[in-house]
Design a protein around this ligand. Structure first.
Ligand code: NAD
Ligand code: UFG
Length: 336
């Protein structure tokens, strides 16, 4: 058993990872400023896990707070989720993104070094591969950025790699997520986007609940099986398990790794709409509209390195992802 600090642990992926870590026998401490999390997440985590939740409310850039957390809790390792994550917004507000995502990581690493804690799992993204025709993408594909958000993830990865290369006491797990979707099997936690989501699955969910009238499919003239964009959707509970395996590997071997977390299989936009329609029990309406600027046709993970290095394999299907999303959003509507 280890004691793990989760920055951004009240957010979408952080809250699911919290539950998997507790199930795996770890003690977990959350630090979150709740700028993108609901206040009742800790209470829900307590209901699901049956254990009290330790939460520090505050900013990951606050060095004084970090020093206090490390002084009060005997932390063995960190999973760093806290970040801003909207690609489009990062183009409008690059400084906010650089300050939070890069500044937050550097402040955290300095506090870890001072506290003698040198095991960290970092939330990265397939966005670090840029626009590429090589699919599925292997981890040694060159990194290149097309947005300030991607820049912050490449910079974060590079900072961690440099520190680990210079000092063998550091072990870093870089996890490049593909498209995380779905919700916890309890239907008590899930993704909670704003009024008009940018991403496909939360948008479909709002059409399914009747909050939005129709899905816009961004282009049907890509070179894919039905002309719509292909992505590697991964269930958030599988993704959460990837963090447990990454942390265990760091703690057991002391070796760093950088791996894709995806299924290796892509689904088109129309396949996702069909799977969601089956989950919610009605045909969801959609229109084909123009391509979204900046979108690539296909983005899928080569998954073998994660399997070989940390023993990760995604198990849940697209139908599982849609069913769990629908259980979460329909439950929210029923309780509102
Ligand atoms: P999220 O917004 O739900 O979670 C992030 C959490 O961090 C939130 O609870 C937020 O309140 C908190 N936070 C933000 N800024 C903070 C700060 N300065 N100090 C303390 N807490 C702060 O997002 P998520 O989808 O759970 O993403 C988690 C991580 O995974 C992020 O680093 C994101 O870039 C990365 N990622 C997400 C996706 C995705 O599609 N969701 C894909 C690839 C990578
Ligand atoms: N799409 C639609 N209609 C919508 C929304 C999306 O047709 O309303 C399509 C897109 O064109 C794309 C697919 O659905 O083909 C998936 O789009 P998302 O916006 O859900 O996801 P992206 O792959 O574009 O982006 C995600 C994350 C980014 C990350 C990127 C690469 O949101 O943060 O994966 O990892 F950078």
């Amino acid at each position: 058993m280890s004691r793990i600090l989760l920055t951004g642990g009240a957010g979408y992926i952080g809250s699911h990872t919290y539950l998997r870590l507790v199930e795996a026998g770890h003690q977990v401490v959350i630090l979150d400023n709740f700028m993108n999390a609901r206040d009742d997440v800790p209470e829900r985590l307590e209901r699901i896990s049956g254990h009290p939740v330790t939460v520090y409310r505050g900013d990951v850039r606050d060095r004084v707070l970090l020093d206090r957390v490390f002084a009060e809790q005997a932390i063995d390792g960190v999973v760093h989720f806290a970040a801003l994550k909207a690609v489009g917004e990062s183009v409008q507000k690059p400084l906010d993104y650089i300050h939070t995502n890069v500044g937050g990581l550097l402040t955290l690493m300095a506090a870890m070094e001072a506290a003698d804690v040198r095991r960290i799992v970092f939330s990265s993204s397939a966005t670090v591969y840029g626009d590429t025709d090589i699919q599925p993408i292997p981890e040694d594909h060159p990194r290149t950025y097309a947005s300030p958000y991607a820049y912050t993830k490449i910079t974060g990865e590079t900072a961690l790699e440099q520190v680990a290369a210079a000092d063998s006491r550091w072990a870093v797990g870089i996890l490049r997520y593909f498209n995380p979707v779905g919700a916890h099997r309890s239907a008590l936690i899930g993704e909670d986007p704003g009024d008009i989501p940018n991403n496909l699955m939360p948008y479909i969910a709002k059409v399914a609940t009747g909050e939005l009238p129709k899905i816009s499919v961004f282009g049907d003239d890509y070179d894919t099986s039905d002309g719509t964009g292909v992505r590697d959707y991964i269930h958030v509970e599988d993704l959460a398990q990837g963090h447990v395996l990454s942390l265990n590997a760091l703690i057991e071997t002391g070796q760093s790794h950088a791996v894709n977390l995806g299924t290796g299989t892509g689904s088109t936009v129309l396949e996702v709409i069909r799977a969601y329609s089956a989950a919610c029990g009605r045909d969801l309406p959609y229109d084909i509209v123009d391509r979204r600027p900046g979108d690539v046709a296909v983005l899928t993970a080569r998954p073998d390195k994660a399997r070989d290095l940390i023993g990760f394999e995604a198990r849940r299907t697209l139908d599982d992802m849609c069913r769990s999303s629908w259980a979460w959003v329909s439950g929210q509507i029923a309780n509102s």
